[in-house]
Write a protein that binds this ligand. Structure first.
Ligand SMILES: O=C(O)CCC(=O)C(=O)O
Length: 252
């Protein structure tokens, strides 16, 4: 169980880190499966060249145009990822934070191994995950498991603590709902941004409403992170939206 302090931190800051949840052997198997998927190019993959983010190859035919950004459908892809999605410790902590009776995983959002490759990765600008999500309420939590160290140099996660509670002006967002970096009304929030440094096996729990971002990878090694999204029984996807494409999976 999380302490009251941890629950309060999550509620106020929009994230907490659970240190050393995955052991070395589990991380190794998850990394092996990740690299196997990268080598075999088993679909579905999201390519860097398809997102158009700063730093991404311009097209599939450009150098690095085939670089995978996300290995999609992680839950369906392999037993090791499925098992991790059901990890009891993580699930119970999320259930406690949500205050729900049940816990469900959506296969429709994240459900991915995020990979950041040297040379051909991109910058993800400041956003809320919920920009394209459709639910009855905002009580969802992402579990981001570091499959290796994550820090400023290799494209580790940046967050604006407390920004899940911030009301952003409509004019503060661009057409893709990324925070405008030159908008005066965003400056106080942007000044609070921090890197969340993670060790392999740490789990970052965060509200998909928190503004977060990540730079491209500037090291020689691929960074990998396994990400799943959970919600309780009262949070339901709006029908006929992307959030409702595949049925939720019961975890607790
Ligand atoms: O690793 C990154 O570039 C950030 C990923 C992210 O925030 C997302 O996919 O929502």
């Amino acid at each position: 169980m999380l302490t009251q302090d941890q629950v309060q931190t999550f509620n106020e800051q929009g994230y907490i880190v659970l240190p050393a949840v995955a052991d070395k052997a589990t991380i190794e198997v998850m990394r092996e499966k990740t690299f196997e998927s990268l080598a075999s190019r088993e679909e579905p993959l999201e390519l860097e060249s398809s997102v158009n983010y700063p730093g991404a190859p311009e097209s599939k035919d450009a150098p690095g145009g085939n670089t995978a950004r996300r290995i999609l459908m992680a839950y369906e892809r392999d037993e090791i990822f499925r098992k991790w999605a059901h990890n009891e410790y993580i699930a119970q902590n999320i259930q406690q934070l949500l205050g729900s009776q049940e816990l469900w995983l959506t296969p429709n959002h994240h459900n991915t191994v995020m990979t950041k490759h040297p040379k051909y990765s991109s910058d993800t600008l400041w956003h809320r995950d919920t920009r394209y999500w459709h639910y009855s309420d905002n009580r969802l939590i992402n579990a981001w498991t570091a499959l290796g160290p994550e820090h400023a140099q290799n494209g580790g996660m940046k967050v604006i603590p407390g920004s899940h509670l911030w009301h952003v002006d409509d004019q503060g967002l661009d057409d893709l709902q990324f925070l405008k970096l030159d908008y005066e009304g965003n400056q106080a929030q942007l000044a609070k941004a921090i890197y969340v440094e993670l060790n392999a096996g740490d789990v970052l729990l965060f509200s998909p409403f928190i503004f977060h971002a990540a730079d491209r990878c500037k090291t020689d090694e691929i960074k990998c992170s396994l990400v799943f999204t959970y919600h309780g029984e009262e949070t339901v996807p709006v029908s006929q939206t992307k959030s409702d494409r595949l049925p939720a999976i019961r975890i607790i």
